[in-house]
Design a protein around this ligand. Structure first.
Ligand code: ZN
Ligand code: ZN
Length: 211
């Protein structure tokens, strides 16, 4: 019984890996489409990377706690060295979320927070700078404050974080220009985003979010 379960898990892991490699969605705040089924009421483990100011990490942590019932906070650790892309002196977000995925093993959602520049491949751009990246749905996402500018940058940081977490819950981009799930398409529209729209809110409430 146990060994057949293990075999099933291996096959499942292979299928998940294959789907992650073959399906990518390309936007500034990106998501990688996967066929993982999200569980309800997921625990969110927040991993602040040690480059991020504690006050900024604490703000995002308190904002995530307001909407997600189960939050655990890890001690800061350095960004994974293997995700560093020396040619452009920045970290690959796709590598970071893949590493985090191996750590959380789909048992909880792992949210990484950093101040370092992160990037992924976007269309013909091999190494495109982004604010965030998450699996959709899945259990791993990362948000960087590096490209978030303006006097209200922490509020924007919060919006990008909620956007990526909602991707992990399976929410796609939303056509509503005022919704947090708006596709950034390489630009910063964050000041135009006021909340999750009613449709996106409904989906997140079903996942156990407090909105
Ligand atoms: Zn997105
Ligand atoms: Zn929406």
């Amino acid at each position: 019984m146990k060994s057949s379960n293990s075999l099933a898990n291996i096959v499942l892991a292979f299928l998940i890996t294959s789907s992650l490699i073959s399906c990518k969605q390309e936007t500034t705040s990106q998501s990688i489409i996967s066929k993982e089924k999200p569980k309800q009421q997921k625990t969110i483990v927040i991993q602040p990377y040690s480059d991020l100011d504690k006050s900024q990490a604490d703000f995002i942590i308190s904002e995530v706690k307001k909407v997600c019932p189960k939050v655990v906070v890890n001690k800061p650790i350095p960004l994974p060295v293997s995700a560093y892309y020396a040619a452009n002196k920045r970290f690959r977000a796709d590598s970071i979320i893949a590493i985090q995925k191996r750590i959380c093993q789909n048992k909880y959602t792992l949210l990484g927070l950093t101040s370092k520049d992160i990037s992924t491949t976007k269309g013909n751009a091999k190494d495109f700078g982004i604010m965030g990246l998450g699996y959709c749905p899945g259990y791993s996402c990362v948000v960087s404050g590096f490209r978030i500018k303006g006097s209200n940058r922490m509020e924007k940081f919060r919006k990008v974080t909620l956007h990526e977490l909602a991707h992990t819950e399976g929410l796609p981009h939303c056509p509503n220009l005022h919704c947090y799930m708006r596709d950034a398409k390489g630009k910063d529209h964050l000041n135009e985003e006021t909340d999750f729209c009613e449709g996106c809110k409904k989906k997140l409430l079903e996942k156990g979010w407090k909105l």
